[in-house]
Design a protein around this ligand. Structure first.
Ligand SMILES: C[S@@+](CC[C@H](N)C(=O)[O-])C[C@H]1O[C@@H](n2cnc3c(N)ncnc32)[C@H](O)[C@@H]1O
Length: 316
């Protein structure tokens, strides 16, 4: 019995050729004729909705430098840069293939591109940013996973287990024996908060989200409370235990707003969507996409972290 470290960096650097295997909520809403858009109260892409949502909490017009890590195909940032006039983006991604896609999507917009593993960055390198965006990528970051089939911890896990002990001590986190630990996500957040970035937005599949709605009994699900494995082509990722991230942010004295995608993407279900959601089994591809999308609206959580000291600083 022992831990090993699940990583995806090799996959992202060398094997990933397309994001098609992972239909993110952002990409799902991108086509104007997406079958998911009619579920929303107002039409529009993910980036447009996220920008509107952030605008309720963040003085977007005062910000300048925005960092997006793991921007995928670049659609979110295309909306941000097209719908604002003051933002300058740094797109950082571990995947050369996706970074090239981002260059193409953001042609002509004020963005620079950097190929790197976010975890290789130092905290001072991050202090120039006003806003950091991590959309649907923390599950890719290293995860400590316990397995019964080995007799001891794998050598890959040694450094990460030391970090886990450090997080228990410094941030009063409690990891139970054999618990799956989102060690990379914790390290990423520690860097962001340590750099004092004024606004930090993170979203990902959560192991603490649940849905209990009598209207859609076949779509309900429970929180597992421990990170769950998601097997994908060429790599595995894990859902995120958001309460641990919240604790780290609060320790750095960030104000925390936490919720699920339904806050960012409010729904106004049309009859077609209601029929799809009432069906126990999808009758066709469109119903299956709608059912999955609705599930994701509750399964994905976000954190919006606000550094009050920086947030109150006068405009630069
Ligand atoms: C599932 S995709 C999400 C893409 C996009 N944010 C979206 O919502 O559609 C994960 C993204 O994170 C990037 N990524 C994964 N691990 C990373 C790391 N350690 N450092 C930087 N980027 C990383 C991937 O290359 C990819 O662009």
């Amino acid at each position: 019995m022992g831990y090993f470290l699940n990583t995806t960096d090799d996959y992202h650097r060398h094997a990933l050729e397309t994001l098609g295997w992972e239909l993110t909520v952002c990409n799902c809403l991108q086509p104007q004729n997406s079958p998911c858009r009619p579920l929303l109260k107002s039409d529009g892409s993910f980036g447009k909705h996220l920008l509107e949502f952030l605008g309720h909490h963040v003085p977007l017009h005062k910000l300048r430098q925005v960092l997006e890590v793991g921007g995928g195909l670049g659609y979110l940032m295309k909306d941000f840069l097209s719908l604002t006039s003051n933002l300058q983006a740094t797109m950082l991604d571990i995947s050369p293939v996706l970074l090239q896609k981002q260059r193409e999507t953001l042609t002509g917009l004020p963005a620079v591109f950097r190929e790197a593993d976010f975890l290789s960055l130092s905290t001072p390198e991050l202090s120039c940013f006003d806003l950091a965006i991590f959309n649907e990528n923390l599950g890719d970051f290293p995860t400590l996973v316990f397995q019964n089939t080995t007799s001891q911890n794998d050598s890959s896990a040694a450094g990460a287990l030391q970090k886990a002990a450090y997080y228990e001590q410094e941030f009063s986190l409690k990891f139970s024996h054999g618990e799956t630990i989102n060690i990379g996500a914790l390290e990423a957040l520690e860097k962001l908060c340590g750099a004092g970035i004024a606004y930090i937005y993170l979203s990902e599949h959560s192991c603490e989200a649940s849905l209990h709605s009598p209207y859609y009994p076949h779509r309900n699900f429970e929180a597992s409370l421990t990170p769950e494995k998601i097997s994908l082509w060429g790599h595995n990722e894990y859902t995120i235990r958001f309460s641990h991230l919240e604790t780290v942010a609060r320790t750095f004295r960030y104000r925390v707003l936490r919720g699920c995608y339904i806050d960012i993407l409010p729904v106004g279900l049309n009859p077609k969507a209601k029929t799809a959601l009432r069906a126990q089994t999808a009758a066709n591809d469109e119903q299956e996409i709608i059912q999955q999308f609705f599930h994701d609206l509750y399964k994905y959580e976000y954190l919006l972290l606000i550094n009050e000291k920086k947030a109150q600083a006068p405009q630069r």
